[in-house]
Write a protein that binds this ligand. Structure first.
Ligand code: SF4
Length: 354
């Protein structure tokens, strides 16, 4: 039985007529924690690992999920302020994406299909147990945080995403704290409300939310993110305000694109928008996608934008650009092989990314 799509309770229910509950739970734990594959009725049916690319300490890998399609995931070291580091796994929720954000590599693929909860969990399993660790030696990486920021828009496949979070937080399995999991969305109001409802349940109160905002007003956002035409900024900011406070500040992602959204006036507009929202503004210097109409921003413009936000009393920080060389940074996941199967025109509008 493939256990990657099941919580330990669901697994026990399948087997409880044959085994005592405790024994069943230990078997589940053995698969998740020790990669034990020698039991008749429990194993991880892991899709085959495709490419693995190591760039400095960032590891990008693919899993082959059938029909020539692949997931893409990235293991990213996150330095701690006091020294040391932990590893974050960025997972995909879909193969490709239908959202068409103008600055995004994945958008060029269009949507090929949703991933199942098991295929999402398989990305953690491969990272934890199977990816060859040429950095530390041995196999697998200790993963502390999980972010849904890979290929796909999580609210477009929310049932599978939320079920995968139930599995990843299972105490007998991966046992990732919900406070260490972040769902990043372009901001579908109904999706944010559904995530908020889920976070209201016992055990998920601290599930983090990230909103990919990327623009100071509807005019610019609609040019670079087509979703904005049906879900305007005022509505999504209101939905973010309704997200449970106990989860901590919402991360507002802002990809800084030269000539598109990077002026001081834009900064003032963003800060005004976010006034009274419990959030952290995360500035992400644009990582040019292939055939990008925009270059990366200059260091001076990034520093100036952040300084202006801080002067506006907006809590603001800069996200690092680890993985740029491996095309593993924000908005740059996407397989060349898959794109060759299907190419869609992406909207470049004013000229930006998410
Ligand atoms: S930025 Fe995210 S939502 Fe937008 S097209 Fe890319 S993967 Fe999809």
């Amino acid at each position: 039985m493939d256990v990657l799509g099941l919580t330990s309770d669901e697994f026990a229910q399948r087997l409880q007529s044959r085994r005592a509950r405790r024994e069943v739970m230990l078997k589940y734990a053995a698969v998740y924690r020790r990669d034990a594959q020698d039991m008749d009725d429990a194993r991880a049916d892991l899709p085959e690992i495709g490419k693995t690319i190591v760039d400095a300490e960032t590891v990008k890998f693919t899993l082959q999920v059938g029909g020539g399609l692949e997931t893409e995931s990235v293991i990213i070291p996150m330095p701690h302020t006091g020294g040391g580091f932990s590893r974050t796994l960025c997972v995909s929720s879909q193969v490709g994406c239908a959202m068409g954000c103008g600055f995004c590599e994945t958008a060029q693929m269009g949507l090929l299909r949703n991933l199942s909860a098991a295929e999402i969990v398989a990305q953690w399993f491969a990272a934890r147990h199977r990816i060859e660790n040429t950095i530390d030696g041995g196999h697998g990486f200790q993963i502390k945080n999980i972010v849904f920021m890979g290929m796909g828009e999580p609210t477009e496949n929310l049932d599978a995403v939320l079920h995968s979070i139930r599995i990843l937080t299972d105490h007998y399995g991966a046992s990732i704290a919900s406070s260490n999991i972040t769902i990043s969305t372009v901001g579908r109001v109904a999706g944010i409300q559904k995530i908020a409802e889920f976070a209201g349940q016992e055990g998920f109160h601290r599930l983090h939310l990230a909103l990919s905002l990327n623009a100071p007003n509807d005019e610019i956002r609609s040019q670079i993110m087509p979703i904005n035409k049906s879900e305007p900024i005022a509505d999504i900011v209101a939905a973010v305000r309704g997200y449970p406070e106990v989860a901590g500040p919402t991360c507002i992602e802002y990809v800084l694109i030269p000539g598109v959204n990077d002026s001081m006036e834009h900064c003032d507009q963003v800060c005004a928008l976010l006034k009274d929202v419990r959030c952290s503004l995360n500035i992400i210097p644009y990582n040019p996608r292939r055939n990008s109409p925009w270059p990366a921003p200059s260091e001076e413009s990034v520093v100036a934008f952040i300084a202006r936000a801080i002067a506006n009393k907006q809590f603001c920080k800069r996200r690092g650009t680890k993985g740029r060389c491996a095309m593993a940074a924000c908005g740059q996941l996407g397989s060349e092989a898959i794109r060759a199967r299907k190419f869609v025109q992406v909207h470049s509008g004013v000229g930006v990314q998410s």
